[in-house]
Design a protein around this ligand. Structure first.
Ligand code: FES
Length: 251
């Protein structure tokens, strides 16, 4: 296949960016989207031009590093990560726009690379369990009811890629934060910190400048791991419960 790529190029966080058009030839339908970008970069290097900077790590849909808006959609036309998107989703002669995540809380570092450390700071605020672990406990010592285990696992699938933020017209991180809150809150090991976790993580989310949720649902549609929209309402309930409990304790 031969493709026309319009790629966002931006030298530094403060430099003005622009879409630059490239032609890429010899693209196989079986290539992943990132392998197609590798082909472009090899061509650019041979021509003595600077390759396009983009994030990637596992290339297996696990790490969440690949963060591309493809033709206006976070991770492109399929419900998967950009590294798992294959070129068979496109046609010979297509023009494809490739941009970085667009969100105030994810500033562009260079080209297609954005700074997602705001997510790290939300996790640091409460996305962990501090129960003393000691040596590895016997697996069945803490019984977890099957529905709770399933619920925790469903939310643990979040890979923190940021597609939810990129897809949301408000740049909200509610789906990401709710996945972490619901994952840990569903487990007995995470229960002692339920209240502080949700209050601190939501406060950190607000501090980072993410927008509010108006339940447009774009986040859940773009999520490559299928984190469901009701996760957000569950987190809101958890937050209200924690707030009331804190007030009751003070009164
Ligand atoms: S590179 Fe790891 S999820 Fe895409």
């Amino acid at each position: 296949m031969k493709l026309n790529l319009r790629v966002w190029r931006q030298q530094t966080p403060d430099a003005p960016g622009a879409m630059v058009t490239y032609e890429v030839d010899g693209v196989s339908r079986d290539m992943s989207f990132l392998e197609m970008l590798d082909t472009l970069n090899e061509d650019l290097i041979v021509r003595g031009e600077e390759p396009v900077a983009f994030d990637h790590d596992c290339r297996e849909g696990i790490c969440g590093a690949c963060s591309l808006v493809i033709n206006g959609e976070a991770h492109g036309p399929e419900r998967t990560t950009a590294c798992q998107l294959h070129m068979r989703s496109f046609r010979d002669g297509d023009t494809i726009d490739v941009e970085p995540w667009r969100a105030a809380a994810f500033p562009v570092v260079k080209d297609l690379v954005v700074d997602r450390s705001a997510f790290d700071r939300i996790i640091q605020a409460g996305g962990y369990i501090t129960a003393p672990t000691g040596s590895a406990p016997e697996a069945h010592a803490t019984a977890v009811p099957k529905p709770d285990a399933d619920r925790a696992f469903e939310h643990a699938e979040c890979i923190g890629c940021g597609a939810c933020v990129a897809a949301c017209p408000n740049g909200s991180a509610m789906l990401f934060t709710s996945a972490k809150v619901n994952h840990l809150g569903a487990l007995p090991q995470g229960s002692p910190e339920r209240e502080t976790r949700v209050l601190d993580m939501v406060a950190a989310m607000d501090d980072e400048g993410f927008g509010g949720c108006t339940l447009t649902g774009e986040c859940a549609t773009a999520c490559p791991k299928g984190i469901p929209l009701p996760s957000i309402t569950a987190m809101n309930r958890e937050w209200l419960r924690a707030l009331r409990k804190g007030r009751a304790a003070r009164d």
